[in-house]
Design a protein around this ligand. Structure first.
Ligand SMILES: [Zn+2]
Ligand SMILES: [Zn+2]
Length: 303
């Protein structure tokens, strides 16, 4: 299991029908990301039994309140709990200033450091990299600067074929084989050829978070073959004019993107408050892309 995505909140604009503002919690191996932080995210983290100490990275898609009004509350709580570990915060221009002013006027000096990375509106850039994954932004088309995030595992190493490799090897020798190099014993005699001693690597997975946006058909190229994609579906097709006017998408448009990008699974979210029943959104998407699901709060998606 490479990715585990937990939906915390998935409604647009206002709280309605027991649905909350956008927030998701993503685990990629041992790295964790909070994606957007609408009002009430702290409570949703608690409800979903997510330990606050696990939050080391927060990415914010844009500065509409339903995507970040929970941030200052969460940052303050981490401070009250005496957090010492550095927190990485990735957000649009302006966010650092907003947080600084809020802290300044409450005369708060946080107990931990925030490493703030400002992503550049209108550009695609790699904002995070570690041993296993990269996170890349991509521009969306919304009323204010808004970014999507592509979480992608790096290519994995080849695997040792344990049925064939029966001699005891050192960690260095194992690493050599995984890196496509043959290994020899002390006298220079060939022990194993990497070609026969290893198996192809497991495939690398990817998750794309497409926050508030008008439909961008061209995204299908960038997001080609990702395993899991979240895309806003604020409206259904009968409200397509309103969707265009407010720089949002319909369920059908989200599904078109998923289909054209040949993704594994589509998760629909950012529901308009006018939908008490979300089935019309799901049904509309499934007519275009069968493997569509709703971002129901508390739902977990694995790749
Ligand atoms: Zn929104
Ligand atoms: Zn928005």
């Amino acid at each position: 299991m490479a990715f585990e995505l937990k939906i915390l909140g998935s409604n647009s604009a206002a709280f309605a029908h027991n649905r909350n503002h956008t927030s998701q919690f993503l685990r990629v191996q041992n790295t964790y990301f909070l994606i957007d932080c609408g009002e009430g995210t702290q409570l949703l983290l608690k409800k979903n039994k997510v330990k606050l100490s696990k939050i080391n990275n927060i990415v914010i898609s844009h500065l509409h309140g339903d995507h970040y009004y929970g941030l200052i509350g969460l940052l303050s709580t981490l401070h009250l709990f005496g957090r010492k570990t550095k927190l990485r915060l990735f957000g649009p221009p302006g966010l650092k200033e907003i947080i600084s002013i809020q802290l300044k006027y409450s005369t708060t000096t946080l107990s931990y450091d925030i490493e703030f990375t400002e992503w550049i509106p209108g550009e695609s850039q790699e904002i995070y990299e570690d041993q296993h994954i990269t996170v890349t932004t991509f521009p969306l088309n919304h009323r204010i600067p808004c970014s999507g995030f592509l979480f992608r595992e790096k290519p994995k190493k080849r695997r040792i074929n344990k049925r064939l490799v029966t001699k005891i090897l050192t960690p260095l020798q194992i690493n050599e084989l995984k890196n496509k190099r043959d290994v020899y014993d002390m006298s220079g005699k060939l022990l194993y050829e990497w070609k026969t001693a290893t198996l192809p690597p497991y495939s690398s997975h990817a998750y794309a978070f497409c926050s508030d946006t008008k439909y961008i058909p061209e995204l299908s190229e960038l997001l080609n073959n990702v395993n899991l994609i979240y895309h806003e579906a604020t409206f259904t097709e009968d409200m397509s004019e309103r969707a265009a006017l407010t720089y949002h998408s319909t369920a059908k448009q989200a599904a078109e993107l998923a289909k054209n990008a040949n993704v594994g699974k589509l998760i629909l979210g950012h529901f308009s408050t006018r939908f008490k029943d979300l089935n019309p959104i799901l049904e509309e998407a499934r007519t275009v892309f069968e493997n569509s699901e709703l971002a129901i709060e508390g739902a977990v998606f694995n790749t």
